[in-house]
Design a protein around this ligand. Structure first.
Ligand code: HEM
Length: 280
């Protein structure tokens, strides 16, 4: 059993398409880890298809045009301020707008953040996170696609869409190509096999470099089903910020080890009317 970093683009795709490589399991007590275990995102091949159908059904309930309009309204609501915290805006507005689009207006973004810390960022489950999970599942209990599917969408939206927004805004001021919003994912080999250029043994942990392979939305059975929604959110917010005259202040930019913008101030100094285009 070893940890293998997969960089070759063809092998990255092959690993993501191979059913023998499954998302890592995190065992533990409490509703937050139980929610993680019930999500499509972390399902193995035996359970994935049914859960995938549920998240796709939840996505199908979203009116994408209405979602974009909600993003615009929530973004405009901040226009009284001379400078905006890009990270705060990128984390709050998309999740609030998506929650409303799912009919879950009373969702508190702080609750989604609390579960994302445990499920997505590897923090230990805490009573506070477990209480957040219970509140979210209770609010989503009546969703036609099921509470787990609806809460899954909020969870998946939060960090990834913030990253897509921030990397897009960053590229618009730096002039450099946009870096991948999701640089990598992990898999564990559930069986032995030869995948692309790689021979794997049972238990090998695969660190799959999606971004370098140009696959920031993933590939294979778990490929992101929320891409159209995420693109609509980012387009609406970038257009609205440009209309409001807000631009990233380059002096305030902080990036992470993958070159992704993680903190910056948006200032109203630029009156050139330049448009910020997603994917630039
Ligand atoms: C509204 C926003 C979003 C929603 C609702 C959403 C939803 C989802 C869901 C439900 C999954 C799990 C699918 C499955 O396992 O079958 C997923 C996977 C994924 N999403 Fe998204 N997503 C969103 C935004 C994004 C963005 C902005 C990115 C990157 C630019 C992204 C990248 C990914 C990747 C890489 C995976 C696969 C992870 C893996 O296989 O390990 N998502 N998404």
């Amino acid at each position: 059993m070893s940890e293998i970093t997969v960089r070759d683009p063809a092998t990255v795709r092959a690993v993501m398409e191979w059913r023998g490589a499954v998302p890592p399991v995190v065992d533990g007590p409490g509703p937050t880890l139980a929610l993680r275990a019930a999500m499509a995102r972390f399902a193995d091949a035996t359970e994935h298809d049914a859960r995938r159908a549920e998240v796709e059904a939840a996505i199908a309930t979203v009116d994408v045009e209405g979602l974009g309009e909600a993003v615009r309204v929530l973004t405009r609501a901040r226009f009284g301020e001379l400078s905006l915290d890009a990270n705060l805006l990128a984390r709050r507005v998309p999740t609030q707008a998506l929650a409303a689009a799912l009919g879950l207006d009373r969702v508190d973004v702080a609750d989604v953040d609390a579960i994302a810390a445990v499920i997505g960022r590897g923090s230990p489950a805490t009573p506070a996170a477990d209480a957040a999970t219970e509140r979210l599942l209770a609010l989503a209990a009546a969703h036609p696609a099921g509470a787990v599917a609806a809460v899954s969408l909020l969870y998946q939206c939060l960090d990834a869409t913030a990253a897509l927004l921030l990397t897009t805004l960053h590229a618009s001021v730096s002039g450099a190509p946009r870096v991948a919003a999701v640089p990598r994912t992990r898999r564990v080999a559930a069986r032995e096999g030869v995948v692309g250029a790689l021979a794997v043994s049972v238990g090998d942990v695969l660190v799959v470099e999606l971004g370098q392979a140009g696959l920031e939305f993933g590939a294979g059975p778990h490929e992101c089903p929320g891409r159209a929604i995420a693109d609509a959110i980012v387009l609406a917010m970038c257009q609205e910020l440009a209309t409001g005259g807000y631009d990233v202040d380059p002096a305030t930019v902080t990036t992470d080890a993958d070159g992704r913008l993680v903190a910056a101030t948006l200032s109203r100094a630029d009156s050139s009317g330049r448009q910020l285009e997603p994917g630039s």
